[in-house]
Design a protein around this ligand. Structure first.
Ligand code: SAM
Length: 235
């Protein structure tokens, strides 16, 4: 039986494109965003009591990955992008109903807004529900997942002098931990596993309104080359 749901709010996120978003929440604690609630949830009533909670579950729509035909098997990046497994064995964005779930840190509760960090959500993500994290029920010490038994290995990040100087200056302007955000996200190595990172190949992603460009000088190393504010878009 079809059942329709409507967003209770939208996330304003540091991530303006899918590339370089960590593959799960909490891998980049400096990834911050605001969940802006829609009426009637914006009056304060619906979030009263949430200030007693350190983390929340967000149920949301993968709005930039919605597909009309459900996939039964997917190739998770975690398995190198070349092994197919059942969609329900993965956290793939390509799934029936397009619903994602992330446990994120709740940094503040304001009428109409939740301040979040450790997010893995694209800017503009529609949120369908919020639930408090309940440690005694949600933290499972005997849980097992042989496909993803530990956080992915991270790789070393280095900066060009000019890149780091510019990142620090943009961080001050934004009032955001931009250097940490870039380091935490790039340390996850956003490149698809099947791509061979030739040293001359440049990669890029936008964090807040800042473009960051990097390359792989050697396997297992990233060097951030350039950091620049994006050009304002004409109206
Ligand atoms: N933690 C969630 C889950 O388990 O359902 C998301 C996991 S999914 C593998 C994480 C990826 O989803 C991110 O790396 C990002 O590229 C992508 N993503 C985040 N928000 C999205 C959105 N609104 N639409 C499409 N893709 C999104």
């Amino acid at each position: 039986m079809p059942h329709s749901v409507s967003p209770i709010g939208y996330v304003r996120s540091c991530f303006k494109e899918k590339f370089a978003i960590p593959r799960q929440p909490r891998l980049a604690p400096a990834a911050r965003g605001v969940l802006e609630l829609l009426p009637p949830f914006d009056s304060g009533d619906a979030v009263a009591g949430l200030e007693q909670v350190s983390h929340v579950w967000l149920l949301f729509l993968f709005h930039q990955a919605l597909e009309s035909e459900p996939r039964l098997k997917v190739r998770p990046p975690r398995l190198g992008g070349n092994r197919m497994v059942g969609v329900f064995a993965t956290r793939s964005t390509h799934r029936p109903n397009g619903i994602g779930q992330s446990v994120v840190k709740l940094d503040g509760v304001e009428p109409g807004r939740l301040l979040l960090s450790g997010i893995d959500l694209l800017d503009g993500t529609p949120v369908l529900d919020i639930k408090p994290y309940v440690p005694y029920a949600d933290a499972l010490t005997d849980a097992r997942n042989e496909m993803a038994s530990a956080a992915p290995e991270t790789i070393a990040i280095e900066w060009s002098q000019a890149g780091l100087r510019q990142a620090r200056s943009e961080a001050l302007r934004l009032g955001e931990p931009l250097v940490e955000l870039v380091e935490q996200c790039l340390a996850q190595d956003p490149r698809p596993a099947y791509q061979k990172p030739e040293p001359e190949r440049r990669y890029g992603a936008q964090f807040w309104d800042v473009d960051v460009r990097w390359h792989y000088p050697a396997p297992g190393r990233i060097r951030v080359l350039e950091v620049a504010r994006t050009m304002p878009q004409p109206d």
